[in-house]
Write a protein that binds this ligand. Structure first.
Ligand code: SME
Length: 180
């Protein structure tokens, strides 16, 4: 595995130019690809993805996954940020909409989104990207919230969709306790 290097600090301007975003996402994707290529476990891959993303962008406030645990329900997975709510039904919030419609939701103003779930009142804008497995089944959503309005755009969408595609070949491995 490549030596661990944080691609960027969380300090600095909250709003990055499209060029700055592209550069950071590019570095990040390369680092993730190298970290995950020989790791089959989905939970480890999600945890590493959330960590690297969260620490690379100053406008990321809450970064993590909600895993699909039934036909119509999501359960919180690995994340960074303040405490998130645990379960989200498909008919609730931005995460539910992304899971239900199986498409990325770009929300510049969360307060204008009907049914938005306010886990933290500092959240101002968000992007939620569906995560599919190799068979095209929805397995999770990646939820990123920002404390500044309209933080996410098409550049974030393009790169985050590319990044979650790295999870498609991972699977939840059983945890084995005890010796043989
Ligand atoms: N923003 C989400 C809820 C989850 S938290 O923000 C961590 C939504 O409305 O789906």
């Amino acid at each position: 595995m490549a030596e661990y290097t944080l691609v960027a600090g969380k300090t600095g301007e909250k709003y990055l130019t499209a060029e700055e975003k592209r550069e950071r996402y590019g570095m990040l994707a390369e680092q993730l690809r190298s970290a995950l290529h020989d790791e089959p476990d989905l939970l480890a891959a999600m945890t590493t993805t959330a960590c690297l993303l969260h620490n690379a962008f100053p406008y990321y406030f809450w970064t993590g996954f909600y895993r699909r645990v039934s036909e119509d329900e999501l359960l919180v997975g690995p994340y960074q940020g303040t405490m998130g709510c645990l379960r989200i039904r498909f008919d609730r919030g931005v995460c539910g909409a992304a899971a239900r419609e199986r498409r990325t939701m770009l929300v510049p103003d969360v307060h204008a989104f009907p049914g938005h779930i306010a886990c933290d009142s500092n959240s101002a804008s968000e992007i939620v990207v569906p995560v599919f497995d190799a068979r095209g089944e929805l397995v999770a959503v990646l939820d990123v919230d920002s404390d500044v309005p309209a933080a996410f755009d098409e550049v974030d969408r393009e790169h985050l969709e590319e990044i979650v595609a790295l999870l498609a070949d991972k699977s939840p491995l059983p945890v084995v306790y005890g010796g043989a």
